[in-house]
Design a protein around this ligand. Sequence first.
Ligand code: SF4
Length: 482
Amino acid sequence: MNEDKLLPNEDYSKCQELTNCDSGSHTNCKGSCGEISIPKSKKHFAVINPSKMCQPMGAVQVLLGIEGAMPLIHGSQGCSTYLRFQMCRHFREPVNISSTSMSESTVVYGGEENLLKALDTIWREYKPKLIGVTSSCLTETIGDDMGLIIRKFRSKHPDEELPPIIPISTPSYSGSHVDGYDKAVKSLLENMAVQNQTNSKINIITGNISPADIREIKEILEIMKCSSIILTDNSESLDAPHTDSVSFLPPAGTKVNEIIDSANSKATISLCKHANSGAKFLKKRFDVKSISGPLPVGLKNTDKFISAICKIQNCDLPEKLEKDRGRLIDTIIDAHPYNYQRKVAIYGDPDVVSGLAGFTAELGMIPTVVCTGAESNRFMDDMKEVAKESPTKPSVMEGCDLYDLQNYIKDNPVDLLIGNSYGARIANEENIPLFRVGFPIYDRMGAQRIPIVGYSAGISLVDTLANMILEKYYDASGWEIE
Ligand code: SF4
């Protein structure tokens, strides 16, 4: 853990006022406010078993949610191979990501020729409705100006009706896939959104959630009779029904026209606080109202999401959702004897971790330790909110890896692990059940079909967690094992 980068709140004076913090500045923050605990890392030399991925991973997931879009990575072939490999084994779908195939010589002389050639080939062979060009470690380091090269490509084809070609800067030596996701949405909006008339829609920036989650959100919006623009919708392309036809491009998803129209919407809701740059841009440029998070996981967070829509739509909570909410409360009560005081460790993307930490606290569990690979002020703030619901303050590991998490768990045992497949080895070694959620999940089936957002998904989440507790800590007769 890099202790120099613990930044719980951008506005230090406010933090100081609220907490009587004496650490001097955010850069020295050691959680001395007492609202959260920040454990010390046992190593300072390297990252082992990282809890994050590189920026293009997030950007490509945005592009695969656009109908007819082709992602192009301006980098070596290995970049696109790594992303395809990781996504194929999680989503169990064929994933096409093109590459500018940079080599030693193109690194020395610059990647312009490769990018021009790749754009030409993609346009002629696949006729995509949009091309999203993400950079990589390599091309950011040599300083290729992708915007300039794309303009050169357009000037070479003055008579052709080319699709939008969007440059997305994703230098992978900083940030994580969470930042890549955020930057991709913002770049799409910056380059495409046009205000020309009003529509009655709400933009939803989903963040890096599962196709099943996006379907849940769409269903909630449908029940609430709310027209929306999903930015972006990979619920069909990354969890596609089997058909006889083969498509090299996403056959469904957000339409190019919808992205253009997003500037005319009534509001933008970013489900994830770490994916709200696009919403901020629409607010600043076109005065589209912006609401940011939290990810609607659990009772309180889903209430916030639904009430935000009710307020924008000027409508009441539909009966169907009221009943779902009631069922979720009933399930929480039913499962309470098993979940109460169970200690959990949660790791993964910051918004998912915050959402699940809040939800487990609602269930009476104790989110003992939370870990994310991203470095984020907002995550620290969210965890302070969660700490208010929990009987013991959670230990917060931000910008950390799973090596740090495992060491912490060895000294502070937990009953349940919640996170992606990267934690499977920890679960085995420490003999703790692991509830798999997030990205990537490659050692089990059905990752793309795990929903966690909304009331209905919350019900199955409570059941699953309680059943895992029963399986591990209760005998066949239903008695708790001492
Ligand atoms: S970290 Fe860099 S080199 Fe590796 S896949 Fe990502 S962009 Fe490519």
